[in-house]
Design a protein around this ligand. Structure first.
Ligand code: PEP
Ligand code: MG
Length: 361
């Protein structure tokens, strides 16, 4: 992996003496984790797990799970994925050598997993023992017109609890195994996406705690672990005091929070946002910089509300803004504990975090 050397490395040592914000990285693979560590990342702030479900060796099992007729069918399919998922987390924990790792449970819209090719549909009818017509009917039913506002994030965890149970089992088995056999210290941080209400989090947290306790008992290992949530919907920010009764940490998902606050698709924004910025309808691209009167205001409010319920709550950001220098300064001002950004932006985030202190913020 690329390394920081010479004057660059010296500069980074200097900035680290000043900054208060920790800098973590968004990484989903052992290789990304390694690159980020070379750049000075102090942990993983966001390990997205969705790409793991699309890998060639498991996508058919994922489809089988979604389209199965009953719980038994879903559990049978998930049992095929569990060992691979556990291997994913072992690789990442090992690479991070005991630094904090926040793993986010599955988030993409359900319909992204649906089969489209005839040969896959054909294969699934055999595994699931249903007719082509029955299968196509189910696929059609699960299709969504507005997937980013649909069946994703914690909603998946509530309607298909066995998916999150499998992931939590994989996380805890990976951690227990490393702690037991390789002498690691690991405090897994389990993050639940797209929470809008405290009752969603309460139910999912209870499920996760039950699985964590069961796995630890089976290994005879006692680990500390944290369960927290992303704050990425305006309602979550507005009710952060309630949500903090259940969350041990918040991580601001400012990509979705910007999308939902502005009511502006993050995937299509490039088509007309530049016009807004050029003509001063907006002072800056809100997907790049946290503006203090809009999305930033929600972040600030949620920090205050969260702390009012749970003063020791850990606060971070894992949206793209976590690697934008002006936004990093904003994050320092509102008192986040860490920012998390892509591996190659870690040095710039370290520098911006020091600037925030030196500028007297
Ligand atoms: C976010 O919404 O800011 C976030 C980090 O999650 P994702 O980009 O995966 O939706
Ligand atoms: Mg998100």
């Amino acid at each position: 992996p690329p390394q920081l050397t010479g004057d660059f490395a010296t500069l980074m040592e200097w900035v680290d003496k000043y900054r208060k914000l920790k800098v973590r990285t968004n990484a989903d693979t052992p290789n990304d984790s390694k690159v980020a560590r070379e750049f000075g990342a102090e942990g993983i702030g966001l390990c997205r797990t969705e790409h793991m479900f699309f890998e060639a060796d498991r996508i058919m099992a994922v489809r089988e799970m979604i389209l199965a007729e009953d719980l038994e069918g879903r559990e049978k399919a998930l049992a095929k994925i569990l060992p691979m998922q556990k291997g994913d987390f072992i690789g990442i924990f090992r690479e991070m050598k005991g630094l904090p790792v926040t793993i986010r449970l599955l988030d993409p819209p359900l319909h992204e997993f649906l089969p489209t090719e005839d040969k896959d549909i054909e294969a699934l009818t055999k595994t699931l023992n249903v007719t082509t017509q029955q299968l196509k009917h189910k696929v059609e039913f699960l299709h969504e017109f507005n997937p980013m506002l649909g069946h994703r994030g914690c909603r998946l965890g509530l309607t298909y609890p066995e998916i999150y149970d499998m992931q939590v089992q994989a996380i805890m088995e990976a951690a227990c195994e490393l702690v037991k056999n390789e002498g690691f210290s690991i405090v897994p941080e389990i993050m639940i996406p797209l929470i809008a209400t405290v009752s969603e989090l309460k139910e999912l947290k209870a499920n996760a705690v039950a699985v964590c306790e069961e796995v630890m008992a089976s290994y005879g290992v006692k680990l500390e672990y944290l369960i927290g949530t992303m704050i990425e919907l305006p309602r979550a920010a507005l009710t952060a005091d309630e949500i903090a009764t259940e969350a041990e940490f918040f991580s601001f998902g400012t990509n979705d929070l910007t999308q939902t606050t502005f009511g502006l698709s993050r995937d299509d924004a490039g088509k007309f946002l530049p016009f807004y910025v050029e003509t001063n309808l907006l002072p800056e691209d809100p997907f790049v910089t946290l503006d203090q009167n809009g999305v930033g205001k929600l972040v600030k409010m949620a920090c205050e509300l969260g702390r009012s319920t749970r003063p020791e709550i850990k606060l971070g950001i894992c949206g793209e803004h976590g690697g934008d220098p002006a936004s990093v300064i904003f994050c320092h001002k509102v008192g986040l504990d860490y920012v998390s950004c892509s591996p190659f932006r870690v040095p710039i985030a370290r520098l911006a975090a020091a600037h925030a202190v030196l500028a007297g913020n």
